[in-house]
Write a protein that binds this ligand. Sequence first.
Ligand code: CTP
Ligand code: CA
Length: 227
Amino acid sequence: GRLLESDGALAGRRVLVTAGPTREAIDPVRYVTNHSSGRMGVALAAAAWRRSANVTLVAGPLQVPVPAGVRVVPVESTQQMHDAVAAELPEADALVMAAAPSDFRPANVASQKIKRGAGALSIELTPNDDILAGTRERRRDGAVIVGFALETTDLEANARRKLASKGLDLIVLNDATEPGAGFGVDTNRVTFLTPDGAVAPQALLPKGEVADAILDRVAALLAARGV
Ligand code: CTP
Ligand code: CA
């Protein structure tokens, strides 16, 4: 197998990972969500645990089992995920934000089940806060922050904008139109973008190997910063 000098760099480090979609309530029985399964975040948490990191997984509703040895903080909504990340982040040496939080929630949550009526139903959606941007001041000095970007057009330009606006050390770009990459599959083809302008396309790999490539970058950055 692979053996890198930076492999030991995550031992004992606190690694905070987010995974999965969120659910935004419409009424007591219905919600708004997306196709995220949680596979990429779970693969990251498992890979970090294999490197002897102290792993916390903030998880929306997952379609895959959570890895053994990982402390899980279950959440449902984007607001709950925001609050959980804000609470955990001050202790984290690295944050890997693999979740797909819903960008919107219903403006009003009906307290009773909405009944079928004669005509159409409109649901007004209001924007959720950006978790990465909104928790910036809670990051430890030197903490390594990784985000993802799921794009269908202008892939690199959009990812680079997110890298800067969210204050990231690394963004993992996913092309949502490519087969074998993205939601619900066990493989992923990603591109790494960094603040130095570098663009590093990765091979189509099982999500566990994508996770290891991401953690190699995290470990190298922590080692370089002396964290
Ligand atoms: N993210 C976040 N808070 C949100 C939405 C997304 O922190 N409310 C994080 C994701 O976990 C991911 C990164 O931001 O690491 C980019 O998510 P993405 O959905 O690609 O970007 P958005 O900023 O939500 O922009 P858009 O969906 O409009 O492309
Ligand atoms: Ca989004």
